[in-house]
Design a protein around this ligand. Structure first.
Ligand code: NDP
Length: 484
């Protein structure tokens, strides 16, 4: 069982949260022309702020501002100058990281330990990394040189429409904005309805960095706003992260236009444990794979494949470890698992878990006291899962693990690949040769070996099949924002 810990809440004193927010267009916060919506803390249901809902008219203003900034300043600026702005943004994010981490945890529900130690350091790292590329684009790949190798930088695309989800609000913003700006594009970004606050803070950071007006525009709203942005005639590039369903709709909307598209969609990753794996480390990797960020992770290790000979041992140790997870106040520094982001997501997790039981799988949840207010779900594991069960096929996007077994490496590969998705996978074994063989066989964009959920700005990330196309991160991530 978990030790009794005294509460260790992170202070909110640093936060200077306004009660209402407009849209960030042309370097200024402006009123929207439509209605507004509330951003709620999922841990307490406290209303944090009222936010403008951008209409088609507002989307048009934002795209217009981005187009003017593209034509007049940003695309003409030498890469070395663009880099200075990106370095400045990266430094300001580092300086304000505690404040941003508190806001991210408050608005999203993720534990402060994660927003402080994972999200925010990565957010500034992505800006630092792509700042370094801004004046070296001609070296990114010889095949991109439009002038036959004389070393001229490849051209940007123009105005990028970027739509991001609610699971890593600031990190997804960094993955989208940093490479786009480094390559000379301007952007209009729409954060998710439930987690727009840190993106609006980022608008302030752009002002603080003296970024030329219109280079970054943040428009808030729900699906309709996203749809208006994607279909706007003056957008050159669409970059989307979110559900496969909306990704398909966007692909249909963009088909037949001159817009280029990258999609980062869902996943149902296999985390594969062989009998020679260091089991305690593997159990840590399993926990990190599915309970990190409440399982709201596209590359979460939501299907655990365990070699039959170590199944009992793994399950005993996994349940023992799950009993020590602290679920509760995201702002408490001891919390391991925070709140579910929205009532809609909680309903989806509950529904799919009920289906798991109804289809015959055995459900076990870590005993924990859940707060009375807010949206909560205990860390849960299903055993006796077959490949046909919905909990083995569909993205639950919550702290719910489905466990299957296998006997041979070939069976593990077949089961791991038996999914419409192909975003990530994990392999736990002592044998280097087995790791290399598995990495070749698995149809997944990222394969982690004896670790899970590791992210690095220098490393490309993206999927196969229904997990989308295009890569974000690393040198490959530049490709999505350059004409070549
Ligand atoms: P969505 O795909 O609906 O949302 C992602 C982003 O797209 C949000 O900013 C959303 O706005 C916006 N959006 C919604 N509809 C449209 C549209 N028609 N055109 C353009 N943009 C649109 O995901 P949800 O947040 O609704 O989550 C649903 C499920 O998707 C989850 O349960 C999970 O399974 C999966 N998901 C997967 C993610 C991943 O990274 N793989 C991330 C998030 C969700 P708004 O939020 O304001 O509606």
């Amino acid at each position: 069982m978990a030790f009794e810990y005294a509460p260790a809440p992170e202070s909110r004193a640093l936060l200077d949260l306004a009660s209402t927010y407009g849209l960030f267009i042309g370097g200024e916060f402006v009123d929207g022309s439509g209605s507004s919506f509330k951003s709620v803390s999922p841990a307490t249901e406290e209303v944090l702020a009222e936010i403008a809902e951008a209409t088609e008219v507002d989307v048009d203003r934002a795209v217009g501002a981005a187009r003017r900034a593209y034509a007049r300043t940003w695309s003409r600026m030498p890469g070395s100058e663009r880099a200075k702005y990106l370095y400045r943004i990266a430094r300001i994010i580092s300086e304000r990281s505690r404040e941003l981490a508190v806001l991210e945890s408050l608005d999203n529900g993720k534990p402060i330990r994660e927003s402080r130690d994972v999200d925010l350091p990565l957010v500034s790292a992505y800006f630092f990394y792509y700042a370094g590329w801004a004046d070296k684009l001609e070296y990114a790949s010889p095949s991109w040189q439009p002038d036959g190798g004389r070393g001229r930088a490849p051209a940007p695309l123009g105005v990028a429409a970027q739509i991001i989800p609610w699971n890593f609000p600031l990190l997804m913003l960094a993955w989208k904005i940093a490479p786009a700006l480094a390559c000379g594009n301007t952007v209009v970004l729409k954060p998710a309805e439930t987690t727009a606050l840190t993106a609006l803070y980022f608008g302030e950071i752009c002002q603080q960095a003296d970024l030329p007006p219109g280079v970054v525009n943040i428009i808030t709203g729900a699906g309709e706003t996203g749809r208006a942005l994607v279909t706007h005639a003056d957008v050159d590039k669409v970059a989307f992260t979110g559900s496969t369903e909306v990704g398909k709709e966007i692909a249909r909307a963009v088909a037949g236009t001159k817009k280029s598209l990258t999609l980062e969609l869902g996943g149902k990753a296999a985390n594969i444990v062989f009998d020679d794996a260091p089991i305690d480390q593997a159990v840590e990797g399993i926990v990190n794979g599915i309970f990190f960020n409440q399982g709201h992770v596209c590359c979460a290790g939501s299907r655990l494949l365990v070699q039959e000979s170590v199944f009992d041992d793994v399950m005993v140790r996994l349940k023992r470890r799950m009993r020590t997870l602290r679920v509760g106040d995201p702002l408490d520094k001891n919390t391991d698992v925070g709140a579910i982001n929205s009532p809609q997501q909680l309903a989806k997790i509950r529904e799919l878990s009920a289906v798991g039981e109804a289809e015959g799988a055995e459900r076990w949840s870590a005993p924990c006291e859940l707060p009375d207010r807010g949206y909560w779900f205990p860390p849960t594991v299903f055993t006796g899962v077959s490949q046909a069960h919905r909990i083995a096929r569909e993205e639950i996007f919550g702290p719910v693990l489905s466990v299957l077994t296998f006997r041979t490496p070939a069976e593990a590969v077949e089961k791991a690949n038996n999914t419409p998705f192909g975003l990530s996978a994990g392999v736990w074994t002592d044998k280097g040769s087995l790791i290399l063989w598995m990495a070749n066989e698995l149809r997944a964009g990222v394969v982690w070996a004896n670790t899970f959920n590791q992210f690095d700005p220098t490393s490309p990330f993206g999927g196969y099949k229904e997990s989308g196309y295009g890569r974000e991160g690393g040198r490959h991530g530049l490709e999505a924002y350059l004409a070549h």
